[in-house]
Design a protein around this ligand. Structure first.
Ligand code: PDD
Length: 279
């Protein structure tokens, strides 16, 4: 596979990063994951916009302008045309400098990496059956709106899910749902779709926005409001959303069936709307 590293396109095997890269030493960087369907990046400008916000939040100057980002993305997609659908990964770190927590002074060039992986969306069987999830305390920091590469808490929380043989860990902070370890979470109660409000405790998901836009466009009752643990546990439906999982029903939470333990009618409607929209 071909990757882009600091201005060059080269085979993945030949792409190397110095040991002193602050991404490696401190997890000092940000990233994006963009789904690519039939060589078309989905919601590219929104992903690049969020990347710009993440960079600004950690005070790295955006190394490329929007036009340059778009060009690199298109070139990389075309260099990896052998892949069917692609999951395009972008990472920017603060660059290479002697190890010291403070920013390098003078500033150094950020490290820019783009790579493409096969996009594996949930199978029809999984859409039909739904997935199980567990809950855990949200042990992350207070800047979860930044798509930071320092993901140790997410890694540990996601491994908890794997250890329980389930698909995702849903996080609770102060008695309220924040998000999944690598997804946003919606619930449905009495026919109304509920979405936790964007704040510093969750990543503002691109898929989250698409789902709310579709709900708006198709007159699906919806409300942006905090979701308490009690509301989560008594939900008629629970969904998770992400660029790679799209929209997926959670049918079992902490070993307890969500409603009748099957993906619900509103999920099915949104799944169909999403599939129609992305194409
Ligand atoms: N994760 N919340 C977290 C913590 C995430 O890591 C992600 C995405 C989302 C969903 O955001 P979006 O809809 O923009 O993909 C929410 C990506 C896919 C990942 O880390 O692989």
């Amino acid at each position: 596979d071909t990757v882009y590293l600091n201005g060059s396109f080269l085979p993945l095997e030949q792409a190397t990063i110095p040991v002193l890269d602050r991404g490696f030493i401190f997890g000092d960087g940000v990233y994006e994951v963009i789904p690519v369907y039939s060589a078309q990046p989905f919601r590219l400008d929104e992903h690049l916009g969020r990347l710009a916000l993440s960079l600004e939040a950690i005070r790295i100057h955006n190394p490329l302008d929007m036009e340059a980002w778009r060009n690199v993305v298109i070139k990389l997609i075309n260099a990896n045309r052998h892949l069917d659908d692609q999951s395009l990964y972008i990472q920017v770190t603060r660059g290479v400098a002697p190890r010291d927590q403070a920013f390098p002074n003078p500033e150094v060039a950020p490290t820019v990496l783009l790579m493409s992986m096969p996009l594996v969306t949930p199978s029809p069987a999984l859409i039909e059956s739904g997935v199980s999830a567990i809950t855990a305390l949200d042990i992350r920091w207070q800047r979860c709106n930044i798509k930071a590469i320092s993901l140790l808490a997410n890694v540990l929380l996601r491994q908890e899910a794997v250890d329980h043989d389930v698909a995702e860990t849903l996080m609770l902070r102060d008695g309220y749902l924040t998000e999944g370890s690598s997804s946003n979470i919606f619930v449905v109660k009495d026919g109304v779709l509920l979405a936790p409000p964007k704040n510093q405790h969750m990543l503002p998901g691109i898929t989250y926005d698409v789902v709310l836009e579709l709900a708006q466009a198709h007159d699906l009752p919806h409300r942006i409001a905090p979701v308490s643990e009690a509301q989560l546990r008594s939900a008629d439906e629970i969904w998770l959303t992400s660029s790679t999982k799209e929209v997926l029903a959670v049918v079992m939470l902490d070993g307890v069936a969500v409603n009748d333990g099957k993906p619900g009618p509103i999920f099915k409607r949104m799944y169909a709307l999403y599939q129609a929209f992305k194409n």
